[in-house]
Write a protein that binds this ligand. Structure first.
Ligand code: WTA
Length: 635
């Protein structure tokens, strides 16, 4: 079991050095010892960041579901693979063993095949956090179909954009979803989306809330009767190492989301290896990641990483506030959770409730706490450490991205000494670099710059679906021969990294990445709006919230501004989803612009953040007079 489970800091440094000096040998050993292959690779790595092109384990053949399910059957058949905790605490939890998972994935895979899905086809999955979500993901992988999961909080417009971009043949959805006290009409959203999608032939519908929905003849089918008839055996499709496994959309700096493409072998090896080490997962631990499978965190660390290790992974349907703000702690006690992985925004929301609810439950099973999705502020870090971990469970502040597929910078619990707000050290095999604005690498410690990665790791996204040029421009053009992350970071005196935040047009609100461009595009569709600019400003629970500056076509617009604000947020909800609503909307006469016509967001950001005495250089502005006006009317 060489190098597979790192146990102390000296070993980390040893293994890290090896992974950087001989990356091919290092990853080859891991791949050989810990996975099953139909055929081994001809070459471990082939790469060229200038094209850009990355291939891991070229020539190898495998199926990821055989690694996540079949190979555990002999030794862990009756072990719980997925532990489903429903929205309603009174509905019993469901333990799905590896044997049962095998059967359910096979049946689902057969239903996909019987409905015309074959290797390489794209299947859109718009399903809430119920077992069928994980099972449909695995069923696609079983037959080599490419899954594109769309978070079931996105609007119909956002859904149709994603369905059309990757030309999905099928949509899997549910009659609705439970979220706390509310139910959401998912099928209605799908119906609306499909009015503008001609590529979709079939819709499979999971029954979850028993609502009375419309089923379109010839297109829509209830899933359960099809599963009941399906065979429990489905041979796994043999895939190439570099065959696409899934597409997952992330926001970018244009209105069109980027369909990040992840491939099979490298993604499997890296997510499995990081899961084992970053959470120090031991056999029979119960692991819970509170993310939604609609995001990369759920793909890699609810489904693939844990199952590839034969782990027990919890799938929670509900929200942290239902039936009250003690729900997370109730679940930790009930299922004796050992590793708990959540987002800073959730921690801040729970910290606001005080400590009474967290003290009410027995959290002594916890061994490791994780944080992901945005920088964790010092206060939230301490609250988490003191009240949840009782100062005995290390917090792993793990930095990574949809594009990276797996965790990139993180403490290894019980190995790397933690430091509040620091993601600390690069994970095994990861070679970060900090770059200055001239494109030079900042060497040594105590430096701050743009965070890049110098060398490929197995789970790097290989392209943007249908747009390799955009992939190249977004990630490989800012700095020569480097993957550019879009984040800023600093390296302290001992070499620990602290992520300082996005340096591009992406704003992270409650852990969700939102591009400013798509939001501005939708606001500008309002008939009264001439132009708009969105910036982020600090928010005590969301981390960042959105502040919009809006110029009306008719400056003397007599309509009630509050109504206009509602309409603007309504448009955003329809185009993107409620997560992108603006907290503040200021109507202004102009926006500060450079002589070349670019909006000076830096200035707008400072004003929104109430840092008016620190606006920086405004001498290049074409229209400096608007700045004072914006300040005077600040909300
Ligand atoms: C941010 C989520 C600081 C970062 C896995 C990154 C973080 C973006 C951290 C990716 C962290 C994620 N500390 N910032 N521990 N983790 N981020 O694609 O800006 O949803 O680029 O992937 O989240 O978000 P994504």
């Amino acid at each position: 079991m060489s190098n597979y489970h790192i146990k102390h800091l000296e070993e980390y440094y040893q293994v890290y050095r090896k992974s950087v000096r001989e990356p091919e040998n290092f990853w080859e050993e891991i791949a050989e010892e810990h996975f099953i292959w139909s055929k081994k690779w001809d070459k471990v790595l082939e790469w060229d960041f200038s094209k850009p092109e990355v291939k891991w384990f070229k020539g190898a053949k495998l199926n990821i579901t055989e690694n996540c399910i079949d190979r555990h059957l002999a030794t862990r058949g009756d072990k719980t693979a997925i532990l489903f905790e429903p929205n309603d605490p009174n509905e019993p939890a469901e333990n799905i063993t590896y044997k049962q998972l095998h059967i359910r994935v096979n049946q689902f895979a057969n239903v996909l095949k019987e409905n015309g899905i074959k290797k390489g086809d794209r299947v859109c999955i718009y399903v809430p956090m119920i077992p069928e979500l994980a099972i449909s993901v695995l069923a696609c992988a079983r037959i080599g179909a490419i899954h594109s999961v769309v978070f079931a909080g996105f609007s119909s417009t956002a859904l149709s954009t994603r369905i059309n971009d990757s030309d999905c043949k099928m949509v899997i959805t549910a009659d609705g979803s439970f979220r706390g006290k509310k139910t959401i009409d998912l099928k209605g959203i799908v119906d609306e989306a499909l009015e503008s999608c001609t590529c979709v032939e079939n819709v499979l519908v999971v029954k979850r809330i028993n609502s009375d929905i419309h089923m379109k003849e010839g297109r829509d089918k209830w899933l359960q009767p099809l599963l009941d008839k399906a065979s429990t055996e489905c041979k796994a499709e043999i895939m190439d190492a570099e065959d696409p496994l899934f597409i997952l959309y992330t926001s970018g700096s244009t209105g069109m989301p980027k369909g990040m493409v992840h491939t099979t072998a490298g993604y499997m090896v890296y997510t499995a290896y990081t899961f084992k080490n970053a959470f120090q997962y031991r056999e029979n631990d119960v692991y819970w990641c509170t993310a939604d499978i609609g995001w990369i965190t759920g793909h890699s660390y609810i489904v693939y990483g844990p199952l590839a290790n034969g782990a027990t992974t919890v799938l929670f349907e509900g929200v942290p506030s239902y039936p009250d703000f003690g729900r997370f702690w109730d679940i930790v006690e009930k299922h004796k959770i050992n590793q708990f992985y959540t987002a800073p925004t959730a921690i801040r929301a729970l910290a606001k409730q005080g400590t009474e609810l967290v003290d009410k439950y027995d959290l002594s099973s916890l061994k490791v706490l994780g944080s992901v999705g945005e920088p964790i502020n010092e206060e939230a870090w301490h609250w988490y450490n003191d009240n949840v971990g009782k100062k005995k469970s290390p917090i792993i502040d793990s930095w990574w991205q949809t594009e990276t597929g797996g965790i990139m910078i993180t403490p290894i619990p019980y190995v790397t000494p933690t430091k509040p707000t620091y993601a600390t050290l690069p994970f095994i095999g990861i070679q970060p670099a900090l770059m200055d604005e001239n494109g030079d690498e900042l060497k040594g410690n105590q430096v701050e710059g743009r965070l890049c990665i110098k060398f490929p790791w197995p789970s790097i996204a290989r392209t943007i679906w249908g747009n390799h040029q955009r992939y190249k421009e977004t990630y490989f053009s800012a700095f020569d021969n480097m993957y550019f992350t879009g984040d800023g970071a600093l390296r302290d005196e001992v070499g620990y990294y602290r992520i300082t935040g996005r340096v591009d047009d992406v704003i992270i609100v409650s852990g969700h990445n939102l591009g400013t461009a798509p939001i501005e595009d939708s606001i500008n569709e309002h008939p009264a709006v001439a132009e708009s600019a969105i910036v982020g400003f600090p928010h005590d629970v969301k981390g960042s919230a959105l502040y919009g500056y809006v110029i009306l076509k008719d400056a003397g617009e007599s309509r009630n501004h509050d109504n206009l604000r509602k309409e603007i947020n309504q448009i955003i909800t329809e185009h993107i989803g409620p997560i992108a609503k603006l907290d503040k909307i200021q109507f202004s006469d102009g926006l500060p612009k450079t002589r070349s016509g670019k909006i000076m967001r830096r200035i707008l950001r400072k004003i929104a953040s109430n840092e008016m005495d620190n606006l920086g250089d405004t001498s290049t502005l074409l229209n400096p007079e608007v700045v004072q006006n914006i300040i005077d009317n600040r909300l």
